[in-house]
Design a protein around this ligand. Structure first.
Ligand code: PNS
Length: 173
């Protein structure tokens, strides 16, 4: 059984991620989405929230095969080994991704030669899309409908309205 890990921050999941999940799930027998718990990156959504948002998106797409979503800490290759994965899946949007992704893939391969990284080139319509752009647009109350799956749209807006009210409250204090 070929097991693949699709790792990332997913802060939050975007339509670009969903496209890679859909295509990668046909490549392996079992796809596991690995959500990095990296508090140093100061994610807007907690790892529990990010896992829940991805699970909700998967549930909303019954045509997808069963996909697991798990948070992980530490080295990706250790998580992949623990899960008996032989493939790491990453998306490549543009040439600007390439240097970082190549370095990541080569480092991971050096750390664990049994695991290969497979790249999916992002569909053109999502080649500009990133979670950070979604966060920035949402933080200013802009329209993110064309960037994130419909079923998580309100949760992203709710997160930013709670951040705004906390910030507003602390300014008043
Ligand atoms: O969505 P992202 O933030 O581009 O994902 C980056 C991720 C999670 C794939 C990468 O940061 C990662 O694998 N982090 C875990 C630590 C690790 O294994 N680093 C590789 C050796 S340098």
């Amino acid at each position: 059984m070929k097991i693949g890990i699709y790792p990332g921050s997913f802060d939050p999941i975007t339509l670009g991620h969903l496209d890679i999940i859909t295509r990668a799930s046909g490549l392996v027998d079992q796809l596991i989405i690995g959500v990095l718990v990296n508090n140093a990156k100061k994610p807007v959504f907690t790892s529990e929230e990010r896992v829940e948002l991805i699970e909700r998106v998967i549930k909303d797409h019954p045509e997808l095969p069963p996909i697991k979503v798990e948070a992980f800490e530490g080295l990706l290759v250790n998580f992949a080994k623990k899960k008996n994965a032989s493939v790491i899946v990453r998306g490549l949007r543009a040439i600007t991704d390439f240097e970082y992704e190549l370095q990541l893939a080569q480092t991971n391969h050096k750390l664990c030669p049994d695991i290969d990284t497979v790249f999916f080139t992002t569909r053109l319509e999502y080649s500009y899309l990133s979670s950070s752009a979604v966060r920035e647009i949402a933080s200013f109350g802009g329209n993110i409908r064309q960037f994130v799956p419909e079923c998580i749209l309100q949760s992203v807006y709710d997160k930013y309205s709670s951040i705004r009210s906390v910030n507003h409250g602390s300014k008043q204090n």
